[in-house]
Design a protein around this ligand. Structure first.
Ligand code: ARG
Length: 572
């Protein structure tokens, strides 16, 4: 258990023993540093409840707990300020990382994130899903849960019809286009680059010719209905080819998925879904829909469409099928959707439909974790100069150019390139995880790459400093023996804040608490580092203390970077 949680329990017990009813105690950071490190503010509430003088109550509590702290004092109407004993702060800082985590009953959680679309380039929105989703997944793992990450590949849609029609045009003699072929289909001879060329070509052609568009629609519908074996075989192969390059991009972002499933897999469960939804479905303009509006809704929630008027499934049908499959196979406690918040209404419909129909029992929580958009300097969703969707690889390159300039001149050649690549990803990821996830933010490669302020490079530079210092000392067990100055104290207090930061981030699925904290921790470390000549310290106990402190901070920053899925560099 964390120092903070432990202390909260201790105070709660003392208060209850004094005869006051209180459900929980929350330690807050002390607003005035000279008065204490933390404060508790419940004495005023208790005073009201028991019609007593708040300072009297505060004094009683102070007397009951003062032996457990270095200092307890009362300020204003009854704020109780607390200063930890040095040994408590020290033990908290050197203990195992798990001491900073206040565990709860472990759950089985599926995180649905990524959401790339097969045979299409990943764009900025997919990057946000990947970064935020991966961090949320890792945070859930950190809290001891059994977590499954699923990419939910968008592998049904126009792109299938586009690519197949294009291939048919280019190589009409292939067996997939021969209606009389009844052997085993061979391996299709296409690369991801071929698909990347063919898709835009088909797309332009289909825009220009209604006839071509009709063909595209037809092929897409045939795949969706699972009717045409040739097209299904061909499309599955194309999905696999493009998955290889999609996985490469995810790998760059340090994202790995436990399940690489997609909308096509969900088609297998559509009959079961329709059976469960049957009592709720009705016809509307030829389509099958389901009402999800509730009496107390303040806004209109339109019906959820389940089957289109042409009999085909739709995005939502595939999400329902996926839910069915996940419930059957994993019976999770939670399914978390990390998706662009512009899909919020859609997920509201799907989630409501799932509960209303009984597809999902009330004991399983479906939660939509929406995120905002990354905008250009004009405040609009980030576009290329000619107005197209910004591709992820281009974005990474823009950051690369900026960050490469910041690397020390003596690092060159292949090493320089590799460090710049890692830094570019770290820069992008840190600034993507910095704002609260629902907040939109502006892409600013110069600001993001700065060595000062809340940036990836600032964090990694601090981390490099720690590593470099630790590489110069003998590898042995160092102890924090005393608290020789305020710089050390500030770092120790900062470390004590970690458990609350992690808990908040986990409770709200808000990674920004961690990115912010990491900045504050490195800032406190840098002040300590700049003010003290660590390796030349003459007093042996103080020197050992300094080194032990660097080790502690390093191990925390290492762990937090890992949650953020940001890779460290050795130098920069
Ligand atoms: N492929 C979708 C898109 O690009 C995102 C998928 C999100 N996840 C889900 N279960 N619907 O918009």
């Amino acid at each position: 258990m964390s120092l903070i949680k432990n202390t909260e329990n201790l105070i709660l017990k003392a208060v209850n023993e004094l005869g006051y009813e209180l459900d929980n105690v929350t330690l807050e950071k002390c607003t005035m540093k000279n008065l204490g490190q933390y404060q508790v503010n419940f004495a005023m509430g208790l005073a009201k409840k028991y019609s007593k003088n708040p300072r009297d109550i505060a004094t009683k509590i102070m007397n009951a707990i003062k032996n457990d702290f270095k200092d307890v004092n009362i300020a204003g109407p009854g704020f109780i300020n607390l200063t930890f004993k040095d040994e408590d702060l020290i033990n908290n800082a050197v203990g195992d990382f798990s001491n900073h985590i206040d565990y709860e009953k472990p759950k089985k959680i599926i995180v649905d994130y990524g959401g790339a679309n097969a045979a299409k380039a990943l764009h900025v929105g997919h990057m946000r899903a990947a970064n935020i989703g991966e961090a949320i997944k890792r945070l859930c793992v950190l809290f001891g849960n059994d977590v499954i990450g699923d990419v939910h590949l968008g592998d049904i849609g126009r792109q299938a019809g586009m690519l197949i029609s294009q291939l048919k045009l280019e190589q009409p003699d292939l067996p997939w286009f021969d209606p009389n072929f009844d052997g085993e289909y061979p391996k299709v001879n296409l690369t991801a680059a071929d698909l990347g060329r063919m898709y835009p070509e088909a797309s332009i052609a289909a825009k220009e010719s209604e006839e071509r568009m009709e063909e595209v629609r037809q092929i897409t519908a045939e795949i969706d209905k699972g009717k045409n074996k040739a097209y299904l075989n061909l499309w599955k192969q194309m999905v696999n080819i493009s998955s290889v390059s999609i996985k490469e991009v995810y790998k760059k972002l340090n994202c790995t998925f436990d399940l690489w499933e997609g909308e096509m897999d969900a088609l297998n469960y559509v009959p079961q879904v329709l059976e469960i939804l049957k009592p709720y479905l009705y016809e509307s303009n030829g389509a099958l829909v389901m009402d999800v509006q509730k009496d107390d809704d303040k806004t209109e929630i339109p019906p959820l469409m389940v089957i289109k008027s042409d009999g085909a499934t739709i995005y939502g049908t595939r999400d329902l099928g996926t839910i069915y499959s996940r419930m059957e196979r994993f019976n999770p406690d939670e399914i978390l959707y990390v998706v662009d918040q512009r899909q919020g209404m859609y997920f509201e419909q799907v989630i409501r439909g799932s509960y209303i129909s009984g597809l999902v029992p009330p004991t399983t929580k479906l939660e939509f974790l929406g995120f905002g958009t990354m905008n250009g300097s004009d405040g609009k969703p980030f576009k290329t100069r000619d107005g197209g969707v910004m591709q992820l690889n281009d974005l990474i390159n823009m950051i690369y150019v900026e960050i490469e300039k910041k690397i020390k001149p003596e690092i060159n050649g292949e090493e320089r390139k590799q460090i710049a690549e890692k830094l570019a990803i770290a820069t992008l990821k840190y600034s993507d995880l910095l704002p609260y996830r629902r907040t939109d933010y502006n892409f600013d490669p110069v600001k993001f790459s700065s060595l000062e302020g809340k940036t990836g490079p600032y964090i990694l530079y601090g981390n490099v400093r720690m590593k470099s210092l630790l590489s110069k000392v003998e590898n042995k067990d160092y102890k924090i023996k005393l608290i020789p100055n305020e710089d050390v104290m500030d770092v120790l207090v900062k470390i004590s804040e970690l458990s609350k930061v992690l808990k908040r981030a986990y409770d709200e699925f808000a990674i920004n608490y961690i990115t912010d904290y990491l900045y504050e921790l490195i800032q406190a470390f840098n002040k300590f580092y700049n003010n003290n000549n660590i390796l030349n310290e003459q007093d042996e106990d103080i020197k050992e203390t300094y080194i032990a402190l660097v080790k502690s901070v390093y191990s925390i920053s290492e762990k937090l970077l890992d949650v953020l899925a940001i890779e460290e560099v050795e130098k920069m």
